[in-house]
Design a protein around this ligand. Structure first.
Ligand code: PMP
Length: 265
């Protein structure tokens, strides 16, 4: 009778952990709180309690170098399956899995993506566990040997099925602005920081499907995949089909940031 199971009525977070250090801890906990507020679930733990719980799981799995901590809070169990609910006790689920971000050498081959219409609801800034559209897009990408499905709403590129999207044109970086149409990715924020450190101009401005296909570079980003260069979309090459130089700079800067201790976003 858990509403997480019955309705996908819950919020989740994914915390990347490098050498037992949680990358972007505060940002992830803040986004978790926002999601819970949006769907009116009371946060069952304080920040300190979450940190203790997450660190406990990290320690159990300490033999794995890099971990992704998946944390889900669902509204809880009701007496019956009905759309409305009483006040319930939230269910907390936490798991750790190994992450092995691809090496730069590997990524230099580039990856393929699909581009499809974004048919999701318009609260995409909420990290809800109900991810049916997203999982369908991911499955279609997988079946086509692609890294990701990039989504397009009314001619504008929003984000990927589980990532944010960036393009480079004439050495400027563009990514969709925050709002209800995208998840405010924590990796996206780190990339904005990396661009500043590399003194490359980044604009939080939307771009069209046409601009995506005509970009010099396309990347997707997420906590577990970091920043991945996309060199073809729907079977069409992006520029010359090679991984671009701006990606390489940002990738290197991201590797520095993720292992530095003063990266608290
Ligand atoms: N957009 C969507 C739809 C996602 O599912 C994700 C990954 N959870 C992201 C963007 C990237 O977010 P983050 O960088 O915080 O992992």
């Amino acid at each position: 009778m858990d509403r997480g199971f019955l309705f996908g009525d819950g919020i989740y977070e994914v915390f990347p952990v490098y050498n037992n250090f949680i990358f972007g801890l505060d940002s992830h906990l803040n986004r978790l709180q926002k999601g819970l507020d949006t769907i009116n679930i009371q946060n069952p733990h304080s920040k300190d309690e979450w940190v203790k719980l997450i660190n406990k799981i990290i320690l159990i799995n300490k033999d794995s170098d890099n971990q992704a901590i998946y944390l889900q809070i669902s509204r809880g169990c009701d007496e019956d399956r009905k759309h409305t609910h009483a006040k319930l006790i939230p269910t907390v689920y936490i798991q750790s899995s190994n992450i092995r971000p691809s090496s730069k050498d590997h990524l230099l081959n580039g990856r393929a993506a699909l581009c499809r219409d974004d048919i999701r609801w318009s609260k995409c800034n909420t990290k809800a566990t109900s991810l049916l559209a997203n999982t369908m897009y991911a499955q279609e990408a997988k079946e086509n040997g692609a890294e990701e499905t990039i989504l397009c709403r009314n001619g504008v590129i929003t984000e990927g099925s589980s990532s944010n999207v960036f393009i480079v044109k004439n050495n400027y970086i563009y990514t969709h602005p925050k709002g209800t149409l995208i998840l405010p990715g924590i990796t996206r924020e780190f990339i904005i920081e990396c661009a500043k450190q590399c003194e490359i101009q980044l604009h939080e401005e939307s771009f069209s499907e046409e601009e995506l296909f005509n970009a010099d570079e396309v990347w997707v980003s997420s906590s577990t995949r970091e920043v991945i260069p996309i060199t073809s979309i729907n079977g069409k090459q992006i520029k010359d089909g090679l991984v671009g130089p701006v990606w390489s700079l940002i990738y290197d800067q991201y590797q520095i940031l993720k292992t530095s201790s003063d990266n608290l976003l």
